[in-house]
Write a protein that binds this ligand. Structure first.
Ligand SMILES: O=C(O)C1=N[C@H](C(=O)O)C[C@H](O)C1
Length: 301
């Protein structure tokens, strides 16, 4: 991990659009740092409120320890230059290993995006204990990454609200895959919710979400930032218009397992040098990439 302790910023609840950066690889499969730097500068120049690394979109679970360290160090330096927060993905199935990851990666993070323990399907009480233990072990605020369709663990609204009230938890990245009853309760009663499903970002913002972490913002950062700004400023017509345009782009970008289409679009646009993804992800079909590029053009981006 990068050397030195990074001091987290005051008032840690994130707002606005935070971009979960893809991790660019060269045609030889190696980490491509210049492309990562170019993309990070691009999204921040276009209005992103912060960077997120080692999340799902960043293929964080498919990187080596050295690569993770390089990605964190690179984006830490860029975030410091812009004065924007850096969120780092950490966490796995078990509490002890999650603590190790959080302590290790937390030295360079303003926030840790910490996934709900997956696969083992613990009780809601077990999940509360898991986050309390991680929070007690690190001095960095946690963003709970709630994504039941990937983890296999659905949390009740009551538990999500308890998590938000937990010391050290700054917010929840909420990816329920729908506006369900628990999501409505969470937004009605909780502060610090970030939308994590690109297609649902607009309704979540209208219901009070503080911002979003959306993979599609890698390719259209300005439009996502503009939509969040329009909701914040009460310009409902502009926000809805942007949502309707972005929705077809989002659907095209997620037509195949993410981030394969996103990376191909970024490579076509010269923002990263190569579209390579790591196995078991596969390159997307040409038709999916063409469709996404067409949608992007309709945005004027
Ligand atoms: O990388 C992320 O963070 C995101 N994850 C969601 C997913 O896992 O599908 C989607 C979201 O756009 C960003």
């Amino acid at each position: 991990m990068p050397r030195g302790i990074h001091v987290p910023k005051e008032g840690s609840m994130p707002r606005g659009i935070h971009v979960p950066l893809v991790t660019p690889f060269g045609s030889d499969g190696a980490l491509d740092v210049p492309s990562l730097e170019r993309l990070a500068h691009h999204v921040l120049n276009e209005g992103a409120a912060g960077l997120v690394v080692l999340a799902t979109t960043g293929e964080g679970a498919l990187l080596t320890a050295d690569e993770r360290s390089t990605v964190i160090g690179t984006c830490r330096r860029i975030s410091d230059a812009y004065g924007t927060p850096l969120t780092v993905g950490a966490g796995t199935i078990g509490t002890d290993e999650s603590i190790r990851q959080a302590v290790d990666r937390g030295v360079a993070a303003d926030l840790l995006l910490t996934v709900v323990p997956y696969y083992v399907r613990p009780t809601d009480e077990g999940v509360l204990d898991h986050f309390a233990a991680i929070g007690a072990a690190v001095g960095v605020p946690l963003l709970v990454y709630n994504i039941p369709y990937r983890t296999g663990k659905t949390l009740r609204a009551e538990t999500l609200l308890k998590l938000l009230a937990t010391e050290h938890v700054a917010g929840i990245k909420h990816c329920a895959g729908a506006i369900d009853a628990d999501t409505l309760t969470l937004l009605a009663e909780g502060q610090g919710v970030l939308g994590g499903d690109d297609a649902y970002l607009y309704p979540l913002l209208q219901l009070g979400a503080a911002g979003g972490i959306t993979a599609s913002a890698n390719v259209a950062p300005a439009a996502f930032a503009a939509m969040a700004d329009a909701v914040r400023d009460g310009d409902a017509a502009r926000a809805l218009d942007l949502h309707n345009t972005l929705l077809s782009l989002v659907n095209a970008l997620f037509a195949e397992p993410s981030p394969s289409v996103i990376k191909a679009v970024l490579a076509e646009r010269g923002l990263i040098a190569d579209a390579a993804v790591r196995s078991p992800l596969r390159p997307p079909s040409a038709a999916s990439v063409t469709a996404a590029l067409d949608r992007l053009r309709t945005l004027g981006a």
